[in-house]
Design a protein around this ligand. Structure first.
Ligand SMILES: Nc1ncnc2c1ncn2[C@@H]1O[C@H](COP(=O)(O)OP(=O)(O)OP(=O)(O)O)[C@@H](O)[C@H]1O
Ligand SMILES: [Mg+2]
Length: 406
């Protein structure tokens, strides 16, 4: 049976960052395009997709990508058959028998959404095999859905209702269990790269979902971020240092830096602390245990190194400072950004450890600066080395050698 949903994600949190992404996506949907929200795990893709479907005010059909999914699950299939037998004996010495066998066709979610003009949310669509998603190509471009021949008839064409919209979500292709996205499908969608939820968004979601107070929520967000940044800094510096080399050595380090959001870890810690009245305090044994259980399992470092970083973080808890909304613009001042850029400009293809040594800064400071420069498109990363982005090289005149004596 197919269920039509009225999408209305409960407790949706709308911060400036979320509102900006939602407004971008909604603009495309209102102009008749389908959108694709792409990003690492836990960045709020599914939640935003449901929110957008709600804003469109049409009934919603929800499909989850899966490698077992078949095209029949999308468009429909023959389900059993109906047999009709008519025995006509109106004239006593004439018996006429008509025996008809018809396959029953059952529409599936995509077909129904196309016919009725519903909103289709196809969550994690790149977990389905690419060929299964082929049926979407003509539906999105020619606004025709092609149903396979059945009952001995030719293919049937369904005209796509003008209100039909599709919202896709996907995880990066480096994730296990996901397939490469098809160029032809990507070409028919507007893709929005979901940003990592900023500090304000994480905190608001945390408070909304778990009921934790602002001060405690803030501490959790900062501790988890601290841990993430230090482990990522180590990974970036060592290339694939302590990772399972076969899995991660070929991964582009940029994607490594954005491997998954810290939001789910924060929610888990906050929920458990709140429900079991455990104070968010690094001196509290139980809190330390919860924190370790949640963050260590999500770290790609080996356990010994990860534990060491964890101990350092818990020993040097900083005073929480109010996070600033990022609002999609990079206005915040990042220390050492200019120095790092100048250093890389004069020595192409450097490692993070070389930057640290040359500028006498620690790993967190170096990675913060690098992240910000990568985000602004000024740098690119190949293997474990950083280079000035090509367009930057073309645009800027040769720079003065930075003073590395400071
Ligand atoms: N704007 C928001 N308002 C309220 N809760 C949110 C919001 N964004 C994300 N969340 C919460 O954060 C968590 C992660 O969000 P979500 O499941 O949407 O992420 P995702 O990007 O789809 O992750 P995955 O790739 O693993 O499926 C969920 O518990 C969700 O409820
Ligand atoms: Mg999701």
């Amino acid at each position: 049976m197919t269920t039509v949903l009225r999408a209305s994600p409960r407790g949706f949190v709308n911060t400036p960052q979320v509102a900006q992404t939602a407004a971008r996506a909604l603009r495309y949907l209102q102009s008749g395009f389908s959108v694709h929200l792409r990003g690492p795990a836990g960045t709020g893709k599914t939640t935003l997709a449901l929110h957008l479907a709600d804003l469109l005010e049409r009934p919603m059909m929800l499909i989850f990508g899966d490698s077992e999914l078949k095209s029949g699950d999308l468009i429909g299939r023959s389900a059993g058959y109906t047999r009709k037998k008519v025995v006509d004996n109106f004239i006593h010495n004439v018996v006429k028998v008509e025996d008809e066998l018809r396959h029953n066709w059952v529409d599936s979610r995509l077909t129904l959404a196309c016919k009725e003009g519903f909103t289709l949310v196809y969550d994690e669509f790149n977990r389905s095999r690419p060929e299964v998603n082929n049926v979407l190509l003509s539906a999105l471009e020619e606004k025709l859905l092609v149903l396979p021949p059945h009952n001995g008839q030719k293919s049937e064409y369904v005209r796509v209702h003008p209100n039909f919209r599709a919202i896709f979500t996907s995880n990066p292709e480096e994730y296990s269990g996901v397939h490469d996205t098809q160029d032809a499908l990507m070409d028919r969608l507007v893709t929005i790269n979901m940003p990592e939820p900023d500090g304000v968004t994480q905190l608001e979601i945390l408070m909304q979902k778990t009921g934790i107070d602002r001060t405690q929520g803030l501490k959790i967000v900062q501790l988890v971020r601290d841990f993430r940044e230090r482990t990522m800094a180590l990974l970036a510096a060592n290339g694939n240092g302590h990772l399972q080399a076969s899995n991660l050595s070929s991964r582009n380090a940029v994607s490594l830096l954005h491997f998954s959001s810290t939001l789910r870890s924060c929610i888990t810690i906050a929920k458990v602390c709140r429900e079991h009245a455990i104070p968010v305090d690094v001196a509290n044994e139980e809190f330390r245990d919860i924190f370790a259980d949640v963050v260590l399992s999500r770290s790609n470092l080996n356990l010994v190194t990860a534990r060491k970083i964890l101990a350092e973080i818990l020993a040097t808890e900083k005073e929480p400072s109010q996070p600033q909304p990022e609002n999609g613009k990079d206005t915040a001042f990042i220390p050492y950004e200019e120095e790092v850029l100048a250093y890389i400009k004069q020595s192409q293809g450097v490692r993070v450890s070389e930057i640290q040594a040359a500028l006498n800064i620690n790993r967190v400071e170096a990675i913060d600066a690098l992240r910000s420069l990568i985000k602004k498109g000024m740098l690119m990363q190949r293997d474990d080395r950083l280079y000035i982005a090509q367009k930057q090289l073309q645009a800027s005149p040769p720079t003065a050698t930075p003073d590395s004596s400071s």
